[in-house]
Write a protein that binds this ligand. Structure first.
Ligand code: PFF
Length: 448
């Protein structure tokens, strides 16, 4: 596609909504409350907040700068800055493939639970929710719903950047906020909710500054803000020259923090109200929340609304990593966008089928997992290897390898915007962010 024919997102609001749509997903609604629960509640929240500002926002800005300057897919973007750095684009493509291998499956669970709630099957079954979850896992349905999710994502992607991604985000993101706020208010009236608030909101500072908590918080910041795998590079390639990048990244980060907080305020009071465990793992929302809903009037309705919310949030995230792959194939191999999208969707179905069919034990490089599935493996590889590597080297490229004025020029729209934040970001990108990432990366690998 030539420079002037390339699609772009509309106004300021759309740019924030599409990027926030990518960021807000399973990471904020499921992963955040669960990890916060395990690592000191409010204390984790504080470290996560610091990580978002110290690592997440600067990395997102480096990706925005690379994407908008080059207006290309992830591989093309890095290559056009420097041939030797095109591997960073492939790192992103690899990350998007790894995430495609498991994210659709979990997103498919929420679709299945939405349908099972809407048809009242979930609440009329004689089986317990745990039995229903296990029975569901052992059936053909996870693959069916993952495939349905891929189909939904495909339809939006195939409609293109403006009509598909932008329009979907404009409708889905506000809907998500409204549903979450209603849920948070509803949950506040449940008996025992106070204990949940205490658990989620009373800080334990000793735990907050434990190295493991810091590692988990920085990892959560990568995953949740969709940085380190070319996703924000690809999205920023559709931004306009006058979009304010600093403002956009701060808005995206604040919205992600807000949804994470709201998700915690929905889930913890609800879990405690039913006397359940907050550190339940992948089944948390699928087993414990129906348990809670069943005792309140209109259980099926609340449950449908909640899983609709998870589905919508996941959908605006799946379209973003699908787009990384679609834009890569379409532009690098000069095939039509339609065909590129078809190939990516097909690969996603095959990868999901592979993930669902393999279970094994891992005992490798200090990682021990019994009964692991590719969900665990893909999650580990993407969050702990691909994303930190991608983020670290994107910061290094943008602030050390490129001309000194590269980041400053892009963030100020070539001198048009004057902001005292820009020199701070430039400093962070050169020194603070890469060192912090290097630290968690080496710790994750057990080297430090
Ligand atoms: N940020 C998404 C979430 O929190 O669910 C996940 C994600 C989307 C990660 C896109 C990376 C990405 F490129």
């Amino acid at each position: 596609m030539s420079e002037n024919k390339r699609a772009s997102f509309g106004g300021k609001l759309s740019v924030v909504l599409v990027a926030a749509g990518s960021a807000i997903g399973l990471g904020a609604i499921w992963r955040f409350p669960y990890i916060a629960g395990k690592h000191g509640g409010a204390a984790f929240l504080l470290v996560f907040l610091i990580s978002v500002f110290a690592v997440g926002i600067p990395t997102m800005l480096a990706e925005f700068a690379v994407g908008r300057r080059t207006r290309k897919n992830a591989v093309g973007a890095f290559r056009s800055l420097s041939k030797r750095w095109s591997w960073l684009g492939y790192n992103g493509v690899l990350g998007a493939l790894l995430i495609s291998g498991y994210y659709y499956i979990i997103a498919g669970w929420s679709l299945e639970y939405m349908v099972a709630s809407a048809t009242n099957m979930l609440y009329s079954s004689p089986l317990s929710f745990t039995e229903q979850f296990n029975e569901f896992q052992g059936s053909w349905r996870p693959l069916f719903y993952a495939a349905m999710f891929i189909l939904l994502t495909h339809i939006i992607i195939a409609r293109g950047v403006e009509k598909g991604i932008e329009k979907a985000s404009r409708i889905m993101m506000p809907a998500l906020f409204i549903i979450l706020i209603i849920m948070a208010v509803r949950v506040a009236f449940m008996p025992g909710a106070m204990e949940g608030y205490r658990f989620f909101l009373s800080p334990n500072f000793e735990e907050a500054f434990a190295p493991e908590t810091i590692m988990m918080a920085i990892g959560q910041a990568f995953f949740s803000l969709s940085v380190g795998m070319g996703c924000m590079v690809t999205y920023a390639s559709y931004f306009k020259k006058d979009n304010n990048l600093v403002q956009t990244s701060c808005n995206v980060a604040l919205l992600t923090l807000l949804v994470s907080l709201l998700a915690g305020l929905v889930i913890f009071p609800a879990v405690f109200s039913a006397g359940l465990q907050p550190a339940e793992g992948p089944s948390l929302i699928f087993v414990t929340l129906p348990e809670i809903f069943k005792d309140i009037p209109f259980a099926a309705l609340w449950s449908t609304v909640f899983f609709l919310l998870v589905t919508l949030a996941s959908l605006t995230s799946t379209i973003s990593f699908h787009e990384v792959l679609t834009a890569y194939l379409a532009e690098e191999f000069k095939i039509s966008r339609r065909w590129a999208a078809r190939l990516v969707s097909l690969a996603s179905v095959l990868l999901s089928a592979l993930t669902l069919s393999l279970v094994f034990d891992i005992d490798f490089l200090g990682i021990k997992m019994a009964g692991a599935t590719l969900v665990d493996v893909f999650d580990y590889l993407s969050a702990n290897i691909v994303m930190p590597v991608g983020a670290l080297f994107t910061c290094v490229l943008a602030s050390w390898v490129m001309d000194r004025s590269f980041v400053k020029d892009e963030l100020s729209n070539r001198g048009v915007l004057k902001s005292r934040v820009i020199p701070v970001v430039v400093f962070m990108l050169r020194y603070v962010t890469p060192l912090l990432i290097l630290y968690i990366f080496l710790r994750n690998l057990g080297i430090l």
